[in-house]
Design a protein around this ligand. Structure first.
Ligand code: UD1
Length: 431
């Protein structure tokens, strides 16, 4: 799918009303798809969205020999028995960050792995040094050049560490590094303890997936994870958790464009800091099981709002841009500090073109709410920044055109169709 020549035309303001069924989480599906390489037999995953990041990862797996079907209803079947080596040549691996999740599963299965280096990306440098240190600590010999990362285990495939217990202490609670540590330890000999782990729900989900397949992983979702290596993992059918960032984006849409929006599939525990903010701004938020309803009944008012992005359970960096769009139309002055990625304010000049008042001071945005934003032509610079422009456009009267929407398609499947179900009028147009 090439969406490079498509734009979104958002043409009028409507109150939004209705319900959105949230698909499986991109950040759970991507590592689980990579971990499926460790399973004997087929992996079947339910409700996997056909977003660009997942399509590109599947293309890499197909390229190295996996047999894959991805049905219209989201059911994804992966048979990785045809993969014969851990060498990935496909250049797409350089484009998507998540190819790094193949590092441990391929090393574990084949005793060696070689991947194009996932380069820096539009939100920052995104180094892989934590991943490299984990592999070394587990006994692998790792080589990194300016284009590729390779690792080899001195032991036989599937048993690259010896049976002595290994303890890994992560220098920072990195999501990706925690996942690579778990997936490498899952079939390694002996016991691995991983300290200072990231606690994101997606990490628990990867562990649940592997445990269902026969792994012995304890403590996922806390800062210490213990893994007792097993010899074999079996093919399974699994439903990954739903996407808290997509749900958060649509809840913010409900707050910004009036009306009542319901997201189905994500529990409140996955979105606590955002829901607190929405209430502080004056919205009514009603969570019930996995359904969250937001209603905006009065003007948005920001009093003493100061947010800092942080690893889970802190405020998610992946909702930072959408939140800045929300605060742009909330009366009062707010601040939001970005602590995870150094280049995550690229969308700010685009929001300014729409009339937002945002000052940047190093990693902090200072937002002074305006009464209304104005429609214009803007460019999506990255995935979440692109989503923030869609949200801003929903509040304007007139036509907003958003270019480079391929960034948005990386994480939202047909965002215009989902929002149109709620009453907006958004068209995807070829230019
Ligand atoms: C994952 C998510 C991404 C989210 C991020 C933070 C996926 C596919 N992506 O990315 O959507 O924004 O978590 O919640 O799950 N770092 C290093 N060296 C490393 C690895 C990371 O310095 O080897 C730094 C990063 O630059 C960043 C911080 O650690 O400053 C956290 O990054 P990390 O949690 O690893 O993010 P990702 O796993 O890449």
């Amino acid at each position: 799918m090439n969406t490079k020549d498509e734009v979104l035309m958002i043409s009028k303001k409507n109150p939004l009303n209705g319900k959105i069924n949230i698909p499986a989480a991109k950040n759970a599906c991507l590592p689980i798809i990579c971990a499926s390489v460790l399973l004997d037999g087929k992996t079947v995953l339910r409700d996997v969205p056909k977003i660009v990041d997942i399509k590109e990862l599947l293309a890499i797996l197909k390229d190295i020999g996996a047999n894959i079907t991805h049905r219209k209803n989201g059911t994804l079947t992966i048979d990785s028995s045809g993969i014969k080596s851990g060498h990935v040549l496909n250049d797409s691996a350089r484009k998507i960050r998540s190819s790094i999740f193949l590092l441990s599963p391929l090393l574990s299965r084949f005793g060696e792995v070689s991947l194009p280096l996932p380069g820096g990306c539009s939100i920052g440098k995104r180094p892989i040094d934590f991943h490299v240190e984990i592999l070394k600590k587990m006994g692998a010999v790792v080589t990194v050049t300016d284009r590729r990362v390779g690792a080899a285990s001195p032991c036989s495939p599937g048993s690259h560490s010896d049976a002595t217990p290994t303890t890994i202490e992560l220098p920072f609670a990195s999501v990706g590094a925690t996942i690579n540590a778990i997936t490498l330890a899952a079939k390694s000999l002996g016991k691995t303890t991983i300290k200072n782990c990231a606690k994101e729900p997606e990490i628990e989900d990867v562990a649940d997936f592997l445990n269902k397949a026969g792994a012995k992983i304890l403590g996922a979702g806390t800062d210490t994870i213990m893994v007792n290596g097993v010899d074999k993992l079996n093919g399974i059918t699994y439903s990954p958790i739903k996407d808290r960032i997509v749900a958060g984006t649509y809840l913010i849409a409900g707050a910004m464009a009036d009306g009542s929006v319901q997201t189905v599939g994500v529990p409140k525990t996955h979105l606590e800091p955002l829901l607190t903010l929405l209430e502080d701004l004056g919205c009514e938020v009603k969570p019930h099981n996995n359904i969250i309803t937001i209603e905006r009944t009065k003007p948005l008012t920001a009093k003493n709002i100061s947010i800092s992005t942080a690893p889970f359970p802190g405020f998610p960096t992946d909702l930072q841009a959408q939140t800045v769009a929300l605060l742009s139309i909330s009366s009062g002055t707010s601040t939001i500090s970005e602590n995870l990625f150094e280049a995550r304010f690229k969308y700010v000049p685009e929001l300014r073109k729409m009339g937002a008042k945002i000052e940047l001071q190093e990693n902090k945005a200072i937002i002074t709410g305006v009464k209304k934003l104005t429609p214009t032509s803007v460019v999506a610079e990255d995935l979440r920044g692109g989503a923030s422009l869609v949200l801003a456009a929903l509040t304007t009267s007139g036509i907003t055109i958003i270019r480079d929407i391929h960034h948005i398609d990386r994480g939202y499947y047909k965002i215009e169709e989902e929002l149109n179900k709620l009453g907006t009028s958004i068209k995807r147009v070829k230019v």
